[in-house]
Write a protein that binds this ligand. Structure first.
Ligand code: PLP
Length: 399
């Protein structure tokens, strides 16, 4: 018999972290690897957040447990921030503070799903989603969009995938890995469809502030207010404030669901680190200037990487309007010979690129769609240029 449970044995290691680990290993050996794998901003956490955390550490009042659902001040600040940023009016009792956006995802599905409940999973999807659904006993039902629609899923596709067991629609705009941002009309159409069929919405808004070209991240329960009673909004400080290591996220939902998820959390982890909650309080109560600075830097890199990638024969890169990822199709290169090898899929091609060009990219297999690479552009501009040039030089050898 297996030493670990079937449930845990079924979990795949995070492919994005695996690529990053491989790249770091090569780097440690002295290789000049350029990594496009990491899903984290390369900026420091803003000073005012660091200062607030330092002050919080020194105050003994912050050395104990907090309420399981989070510091009352933080829940209040998160309700205020949500109204400010997305226009969604919620009560602090509708907020649960979690250990990062990741735990928000896990707790959301643990709280909503019974065995066999189906979740519509829009692909390309973030790697963590299917694992969290499966662990909760749910069944991910993949609905795939490709570059021809800018990776946007239609209501017709969702309707074709709907069954009597469909309980939840999982939505993520701006999207990891594609950077796609759904326009308001499409958010509304999808929201109305979910409402009409009594389908819950779990919507991950963690990239809400990272939008470009005038795109706007529309919050589904704001666009379709009747959805409020059957929607969970997921968010966190990681991407907006460059606070990936601080581990603070949250869920916003109807009070009964948040109460149930809080009970679960009280046994699961007690509470999120008291000091980290203080840091998050400073972040979300503060101005958005630092966020705007980072957004501008990302925007410049976005334009650069899209133009460099688009120049590579066999590579097709729709222009992402959000987050900090580009998601080109490399289908035109697959099956061709490069340095004596003939990579048949993007797992093999990514491996070849890491060995021969010393560049780390995440293969589309990690996001439910082979044939693509995810490039995170959260790295210095000169590295970005050097990295894409190396990939271009290697792929130019394809014959
Ligand atoms: N949601 C999406 C779409 C993400 O890309 C990430 C991070 O990669 C998260 C949630 C969770 O972030 P964290 O757990 O660092 O708050």
């Amino acid at each position: 018999a297996s030493r670990v449970s079937a449930r845990i044995a079924a979990i795949n290691p995070s492919a994005t972290l695996a690529v990053d680990a491989k790249a770091k290993e090569l780097k440690a050996q002295g290789r000049p690897v350029i990594g496009f794998g990491a899903g984290q901003p390369d900026f420091p956490t803003p000073d005012y957040v660091v200062e607030a955390a330092a002050a919080a550490v020194r105050d003994r009042a912050n050395h104990g447990y907090t309420a399981a659902a989070g510091l009352p001040e933080l829940r209040e600040a998160l309700a205020a921030k949500t109204l400010r940023d997305s226009g969604y009016a919620v009560d602090p009792a509708q907020v649960l503070v979690t250990n990062g956006g990741k735990q928000a995802v896990y707790s959301a599905f643990a709280t909503l799903l019974d065995p066999g409940d189906e979740v519509l999973l829009l692909a390309p999807y973030w790697t963590t989603y299917p694992e969290s659904i499966t662990l909760a006993g749910g069944v991910p039902v993949q609905v795939t969009a490709d570059e021809s629609t800018g990776y946007l899923t239609t209501v017709e596709q969702l309707e074709a995938a709907r069954t009597e067991r469909t309980k939840v629609l999982l939505f993520n705009s701006p999207s990891n890995p594609t950077g796609a941002v759904y326009p308001r009309e499409q958010v509304e159409a999808i929201g109305r469809w979910a409402l009409e069929h009594g389908i819950w919405v779990v919507t991950d808004e963690i990239y809400e502030h990272l939008v470009y070209d005038g795109a706007k991240a529309e919050s589904m329960p704001v666009v379709v207010p009747e959805l409020a009673d059957t929607t969970l909004v997921l968010n966190g400080v990681a991407k907006t404030y460059s606070m990936t290591g601080w581990r603070v996220g949250w869920i916003i939902g109807p009070k009964d669901v948040i109460k149930a998820a809080s009970s679960y959390q009280s046994h699961l982890c007690g509470n999120v680190s008291n000091v980290a909650q203080r840091a998050a309080l400073a972040a979300v109560s503060g101005p958005l200037d630092a966020v705007e600075e980072m957004r501008k830097a990302f925007d410049a890199r976005r334009k650069l990487i899209v133009s460099l990638l688009s120049d590579i024969p066999g590579v097709e890169c729709p222009t992402p309007q959000g987050a900090f990822y580009a998601y080109p199709s490399v289908k035109g290169v697959l099956g061709k010979e490069i340095r004596g090898e003939r990579p048949a899929n993007t797992l093999e091609l990514a491996d070849l690129i890491l060995r021969e060009a010393e560049v780390a990219v995440v293969p589309g297999e990690a996001f439910g769609t082979p044939g693509y690479f995810r490039f995170s552009y959260a790295l210095a501009e000169q590295d970005l240029v050097e990295g894409v040039n190396r990939v271009a030089a290697l792929l130019a050898e394809a014959k």
